[in-house]
Design a protein around this ligand. Structure first.
Ligand code: DWN
Length: 409
């Protein structure tokens, strides 16, 4: 279906093609406090479209950023060992490949709770975090990571550059997809980056999203879903250049982009662009059947969970993740099926899942209350989570992985 009068976030062309409509949904990280349970939650359309002009996959609705990321934003990166390890490795590789030292400056955009920059602080390498969420920004400062609690913008880049603070390395992980003013954000990178600097940017990879049916990673925080092709075109339109690229397994499949001010694409870039062309990622056909596959996943998961309930089984969930909100609200599974959601993040405990209002508690409740099954909503960290819950498993507890095809383990 062609969508009239809505301009592509990347190239401004109209003629977007609808890929998937997940309905009207609450904000995925809008965890409710007890006093809000009697109030109506705001919901917004969650529709995904493809741009035939520049290949960018994107959602149509833009929720104001300060509604998404400021007060009470509950996401703290430091609650995953795998993500901490992934970040440590990224930092070590950048220090070595860029020869960073006491004279360098590293700036991270969306630095959260300092989970990544703390590695530079430990090495005595000057760094600066920028993040608009007051809770994580405060946690970063407490961890000794200098942090500006603000949205990154062209204006902020001009202020920093104006006082001589330009970066040898800019790190921007899981933020580019969240930015409504992409041109302004990229213009800021261009201003802040030193001439021979590099921006190391991680984004979820739309190829993994489609191939593994990771529809639950679609929520209002994620405005764009990038391929190498669409990001290459977007960067070029903003006079930035994709010079190296790596596929990563983190977050269900991501791309790490190495971006510079000079147009020097390496072999990894040309190879992946050619592979995407051969796969047809730049054509609507690649996305045409996604909605049907997602609908089949919904039916299969619903039937299995409701079947277990009819057998008298008790079921909980693990991971009060944003993706968990999308999954539960889309498949229509709530407190009628799930007794609680466990999560290590203390800022999420005591709150309630958006839409379904399932209570969130600590992971110790698994062994304590012994549900028969636990649906892992944070499937991207399933190994780490299951490893921690050996006691629950030894008592006979079982885990359910929801996508791409549900599996009991
Ligand atoms: O883009 C984003 C991604 C990177 O992170 C953000 N906009 C929002 C967020 O999405 P998410 O909430 O789906 O991310 P996670 O990191 O997959 O969420 C995992 C959840 O599971 C967190 O609430 C922490 C929790 N967790 C846990 O309780 N025990 C995680 C691990 C690894 C654990 O052992």
């Amino acid at each position: 279906m062609k969508i009239k009068d809505i301009a592509c976030r990347g190239c401004g062309q109209t003629g977007l093609r609808m890929v998937l409509d997940l309905g009207e949904t609450p904000l995925a990280d809008g965890l409710l406090t007890l006093d809000k349970l009697d109030k109506t939650e705001r919901v917004y359309p969650l529709e995904v479209a493809f741009c035939p002009e520049c290949s960018l996959v994107q959602i149509l609705k833009t929720v104001p950023p300060d509604e998404l990321f400021c007060r009470d934003y509950p996401y703290y990166s430091s609650f995953s060992e795998e993500l901490l390890r992934h970040s440590r490795d990224n930092v070590s590789s950048l220090i070595e490949s860029r020869g960073l030292g006491a004279e360098s400056l590293v700036v991270e955009l969306a630095s959260n709770d300092g989970y990544l920059l703390k590695n530079f602080v430990e090495k005595g390498i000057p760094c600066l975090g920028i993040d608009p969420a007051d809770g994580p920004a405060m946690a970063a400062e407490e961890a000794g990571v200098p942090t500006l609690c603000a949205f990154f913008s062209k204006e902020l880049a001009e202020q920093l550059s104006g006082v001589g603070r330009r970066a040898d390395v800019i790190i921007a992980n899981n933020v580019l997809a969240h930015v409504s003013d992409v041109s302004g954000f990229l213009a800021g990178i261009k201003i802040l980056l030193k001439k021979n600097g590099v921006a190391s940017i991680e984004v979820p990879y739309v190829r993994d999203l489609i191939d593994n049916c990771e529809f639950d990673t679609i929520y209002h925080e994620h405005l764009c879903y990038f391929s190498a092709t669409s990001i290459d075109r977007l960067l070029r339109r903003n006079s930035l250049y994709l010079n190296d690229i790596k596929r990563l397994s983190i977050h269900g499949g991501s791309l790490r982009l190495y971006v510079g001010l000079k147009d020097e694409p390496g072999e990894a870039v040309t190879t992946l662009l050619a592979a995407e062309k051969a796969l047809g990622i730049n054509e609507f056909e690649y996305y045409r059947d996604f909605a049907v596959k997602v609908s089949n996943i919904r039916e299969g998961l619903r039937m299995m969970l409701l079947g277990l309930k009819e057998e008298g089984k008790r079921i909980a969930a693990y991971g009060a993740a944003a993706k968990g909100s999308t999954l539960l609200n889309y498949i229509g599974i709530g407190r009628n099926v799930l007794d609680f959601v466990a999560d290590r993040n203390i800022h999420k405990q005591g709150r309630f899942m958006p839409g379904t209002r399932i209570p969130i508690c600590g992971p110790e409740q698994l062994s304590k209350r012994m549900p028969d099954y636990v649906l892992i909503l944070a499937w991207n960290f399933a190994e780490e989570i299951i490893r921690q819950q050996e006691n629950y498993r030894q008592q006979g507890g079982k885990f359910i992985l929801p996508i791409p095809v549900w599996k009991i383990t």
